[in-house]
Ligand binder design. Structure first.
Ligand code: ZN
Length: 278
C-alpha cells in the first residue's frame, strides 16, 4: 500500500487502519501485522481485533478473544464477525476506488445510544451551544502523534497540519500532535473507563465533552503540544509554540476553538485548534 493511500476506514463499531502503521508489542502480533494489509480495531479503545490480508481471497488472523469483539458488530462466532468486518472493509475499498473524494459521514444513531446509556439529556447540545458532530467515513493519515500513534484527520486538515508544522519548524518551533480524530465510541469509552474508576457522569462532563459533541469527531480538530510540555495543560499558553500558533495558525486555516470565556462553557484550551474550512 502506498503511503498516500494510508487511510482510516471508519465503520459503526470497528475501524480499519493500514497494518504498517500499527505496532505490536507481542511478537505474535507484530508478525501478524507484518504479513497483513489492514488492522481491524475496536472503536471504544482501539483494541486490535484482526490482521487482514487482502488478495484474491482475503485471509485474516484473529488478535482478540470472542468477548473482545463489539457486541453489535455482528452476531456469531468471532470468525464470522471477522468475516463481516472484512466484507465491510472490501466494500468500502471498492467504493473508494470508484469515488475517491467521498466526504460522506456515518449516521448519528449510534451516538444517541451512547448518550442514552450515559443518561445525558437531550438538551446537552442546546445548553452548551454545541451541535452533534458526525464522523467521516474515511480519514487521512496525518503523521504520528507525540506517543508514536498514527494520527488521522480529514485529508485537507491533514495537509494543512503538515504545512503548518513545517512552517513552525522553519521558525525553530516544534509542534507535536497530541490527539486528532476521535470517534463517538472512543469518547464513550473514555466515559466508561472513568466511571469504572468511580467518577460520575457530571464530573466527567467537566473535563470531557459528551460523546457526539467533541470537535475531534469531525476529523478537523487537533490538540497540539510541544516537547517538554505536558499534554493539554493551560501552561501551554506560556510556550513559544503557543505564541507562534497565535500569530500564524490562522494563515493555515486553524482557529483556537475554546478561548477564555467561550460561549460553550468549555474550559480554556490553548492546545485545541480546529481547521475551519472542513
Ligand atoms: Zn481537543
Amino acid at each position: 500500500m502506498l503511503q498516500r493511500d494510508w487511510r482510516l476506514l471508519n465503520f459503526d463499531t470497528v475501524d480499519a487502519i493500514p497494518a504498517a502503521l500499527a505496532r505490536g508489542r507481542a511478537n505474535a502480533v507484530a508478525r501478524a501485522l507484518a504479513q497483513a494489509d489492514w488492522l481491524l480495531r475496536r472503536k471504544t479503545d482501539g483494541r486490535y481485533l484482526a490482521a487482514v490480508r487482502l488478495g484474491v481471497s482475503a485471509r485474516w488472523q484473529l488478535l482478540a478473544p470472542a468477548n473482545a469483539w463489539p457486541r453489535d458488530a455482528a452476531c456469531g462466532t468471532r470468525g464470522q464477525r471477522a468475516q463481516t468486518g472484512v466484507d465491510a472493509l472490501q466494500r468500502r475499498l471498492r467504493e473508494l476506488a470508484a469515488r475517491p473524494a467521498s466526504h460522506a459521514t456515518l449516521p448519528l444513531d449510534g451516538v444517541r445510544r451512547h448518550l442514552d446509556a450515559l443518561g445525558i439529556s437531550a438538551d446537552y447540545g442546546r445548553r452548551h451551544a454545541l451541535d452533534l458532530v458526525p464522523e467521516p467515513r474515511v480519514l487521512a493519515f496525518a503523521g504520528f502523534d507525540r506517543y508514536r500513534r498514527p494520527l488521522f484527520l480529514q485529508a485537507a486538515a491533514a495537509a494543512a497540519w503538515s504545512r503548518m508544522r513545517a512552517a513552525a519548524a522553519a521558525d525553530g518551533v516544534r509542534l507535536e500532535a497530541i490527539s486528532g480524530f476521535r470517534s463517538h465510541a472512543y469518547q464513550a469509552g473514555i466515559f466508561a473507563r472513568k466511571r469504572a474508576r468511580g467518577q460520575g457522569v457530571e464530573e466527567i462532563l467537566q473535563v470531557n465533552a459528551a460523546p457526539g459533541y467533541s470537535e475531534h469527531h469531525g476529523g478537523c480538530a487537533l490538540d497540539v503540544g510541544t516537547p517538554g510540555e505536558p499534554a493539554a495543560q493551560e501552561s501551554f499558553e506560556k510556550t513559544a509554540a503557543f505564541a507562534w500558533l497565535k500569530m500564524r495558525a490562522g494563515d493555515f486555516g486553524f482557529v483556537l476553538s475554546y478561548p477564555r470565556g467561550n460561549p460553550h462553557g468549555i474550559v480554556y484550551e490553548p492546545w485545541h485548534w480546529c481547521w475551519r474550512a472542513c
